[in-house]
Write a protein that binds this ligand. Structure first.
Ligand code: PTJ
Length: 245
């Protein structure tokens, strides 16, 4: 870890950099993940490095959708595994949903290392990609899924996605909940619910939100939710911050 003093005004952001670098060093995070993280950092800076009301609204709707899901699945890539292993495991525990490793950049042994890392953090089990079940409408490594996991899911929680798979999952009739700091990304636009927030802040709030739900309130929340309106509000917020407001 670097020696950033706790008094540094951007201590938390710099600590997350250390975490993602450690993920690369342990062979969990792809080296490309550093670039993705930098992109996320830039948007987080514009958003104000705090959970904004548009994210709270999406978290509330995501909690409802996951609460009502019959077979929710949590998709894990190399960035999320490094940044928030405990939050992913807690979400799986609350939903009684499996975690499934699904990565974009193919690297020997990385899927297995992610699995072992999550197991060491206390995950009861972690599903792995297979050649038995494949997603349609997609050519990348992300098409290989587990038959009892993403393949069969009605709702997939997919934080920090690269775009293609979100579209494929939607075309296959699945609902997608994503966390993406960029409200303009393809994933953000195509997901059923987009939480424009840092995954490390959003996950604990999402877990808390699911614990608070009852059936009728969850249905109502989903009926009222508009992802397009939430993304519009996120963009408005970013442009206001650019004006120094
Ligand atoms: O482990 P792999 O091989 O599956 O690769 C994972 C990454 C993230 C590298 C891969 O999916 C990728 O290349 O993603 P993209 O296309 O760079 O998109 C990542 C999105 O996540 C971008 O829109 C970033 O702004 C956003 N992002 C980055 N860090 C965070 C984030 N969103 C929320 N929280 C973050 N900490």
């Amino acid at each position: 870890m670097s020696d950033v003093p706790k008094t540094h005004p951007r201590y938390l952001s710099l600590t997350l950099r250390d975490t993602i670098v450690a993920g690369v060093e342990q062979g969990i995070t792809s080296v490309h993940g550093l670039i993705a993280h930098g992109r996320g950092e830039a948007f987080d800076y514009l958003i104000g490095e705090t959970t904004q009301p548009f994210a709270t609204e999406a978290i509330h709707a995501a909690a409802a959708m996951l609460y009502l899901a019959e077979h929710p699945v949590i998709s894990v890539n190399g960035n999320v595994a490094a940044l928030a292993p405990d939050g992913l495991i807690e979400l799986g525990r609350i939903l009684n949903a499996p975690l499934e490793v699904n990565i974009f950049h193919t690297e020997t042994g990385r899927e297995q290392r992610i699995r072992e890392y999550l197991l060491r953090h206390g995950a009861p089990d972690v599903l792995m990609p297979t050649t038995e079940a494949q997603l349609s409408y997609i050519d990348s490594n992300r098409k290989f899924v587990h038959p009892n996991g993403i393949f069969k899911a009605d709702v997939v929680f997919v934080p920090l996605e690269d775009g293609d798979r979100c579209e494929a999952l939607r075309q296959m009739g699945k609902a997608v909940v994503t966390v993406d700091l960029n409200p303009m990304s393809r994933t953000a636009k195509q997901a059923s619910i987009t939480i424009v927030d840092n995954v490390v802040r959003a996950l604990p709030l999402l877990c808390e939100g699911i614990r608070d739900f009852s059936d009728p309130s969850a249905q109502d929340t989903l009926k009222r939710y508009s992802n397009a309106a939430v993304l519009k509000e996120a963009l408005r917020h970013i442009s206001r911050s650019g004006n120094g407001d």
